[in-house]
Design a protein around this ligand. Sequence first.
Ligand code: 0O2
Length: 247
Amino acid sequence: MEIEASKLQQLKLIRKEMTRFMMNYKFGLDEMNTKLKILQEEFQNIHEYNPIEHINSRLKSPESILNKVYRKNIPFSIESIKENIHDIAGIRIVCSFVSDIYMVSNMIHQQEDVTVISTKDYIKNPKPNGYRSLHLILSIPVFLSDRTESVLVEIQIRTVAMDFWASLEHKIYYKYNKDIPKSILNELTNAAEVATDLDYRMEKLHNEMKIVKGANTNEDLSLLQINNEKFHLPSVFLESLLKDEQQ
Ligand code: 0O2
């Protein structure tokens, strides 16, 4: 197919504009991922506990963006996509326990340069099919060479059990082309209830473990561990600090 020179030029410009548009979301993801990594490491090193099991992030493909434009019936322009599609940059945080979800959400709320635009709590109010997860839409500044852009990032925070359920439900939803047979829908809703019960039991066990761990005094208090690196505090150092604290 032969393309006229003027059209070719126009297509090149569109590609450049789209690259710039998608790149900003990628930078937003990078910034948010760095913030989350810092929180994760701080928790691991200071509190000897990590509320985050794992994190995935993705940029929505242009094809998925287009599908959402049709589904939402919004005008097809960069401005309209920016305004109406909030999950072009998406991060999924998977936690072990429900209380961790709210702890992570609070930590995100406290980040000074992050603004939480909206929250959907599908844990307190699950969807009729049983879907549970905490969704936050954030606005984060991206510092470019000549300007600062605010980028929206969608964060989904859920437990391992919620994630397991949602991944399977998502596959089933697309396998049946969004028209899931009633019997499978019922099975899915039952499975969501089992997942909720599992979350509750695991959290209860975890709280009991915390009490047992707190009573254990068999640890080397002169050892500092930052990730995999170990540092020993000399006893003179420890004694001086202890004296300072007592004064
Ligand atoms: P995909 O393919 O995962 O990206 P909005 O995005 O706000 O315009 P909506 O539906 O009001 O539209 O937002 P909501 O409820 O916050 O859901 C957004 C995302 O949450 C979805 O993105 C899914 O990733 C996830 N989600 C919501 N409901 C369900 C559900 O019932 N099952 C599963 N498995 N995931 C769900 P997308 O763009 O719809 O899909």
